[in-house]
Design a protein around this ligand. Sequence first.
Ligand code: CDP
Length: 211
Amino acid sequence: MIIAVDGPAAAGKGTLARALAAHFGFHFLDTGSLYRMVALAVLSRGEDPRDPESATMAAATLDPKSWNAEALRDEMVGQAASIVAAIPSVRAALLNLQRSFAARKPGAVLDGRDIGTVVCPEAEAKIFVTASPQERARRRTAELAQRGKTIAYEAVLADIHKRDARDRSRSFAPLVPAGDAYVLDTTDLDINAAVAAAIRYVDSRVVKRSA
Ligand code: CDP
């Protein structure tokens, strides 16, 4: 079984997807980290994330050692990730890896932007997690502060608007809910309530499948 969790920056996809994977005993892949790894590799070589050749080369030769790099979570890397993510050959280079992960037994949860639309359109359960830009900026500011990075709320909000616009407007695999996705707005939900709603939805899909 595949659970696709998509949504904009800082909507809480990661926390939700991890909780679903733990609940159902499934494998979990944060696909944003793949794009962040590509961005980090390009930036650390002093190259330009807009350069398709450099970014595609980085995507084709991902270094697993950078998987847990603290720098991956930096907002600068997030912005560069959304730049490399708009390059079709970068997305193509990461596709097989994501699809083979999705095929793992007994099931997999993948979070990203295009899991339900492009990577796994056949996923049995698709959740599009969203929240207002202000709430997402509040959460990201708190998350950064917890990691010892004090960044003004206004600056975080501006970054979120910029990244949303780039992710939604790209011509290849833009951020958009799949036609058959369950849209979960978490603006007024705490994490427990969001997880409970997502589990109810997935359970309803399982029942439908076995009926
Ligand atoms: O954690 P956050 O939502 O801030 O970002 P992320 O999920 O780590 O993704 C970083 C960037 O990678 C996004 O802004 C997207 O541009 C890109 N991305 C993508 O294009 N497709 C995915 N499946 C996952 C991420």
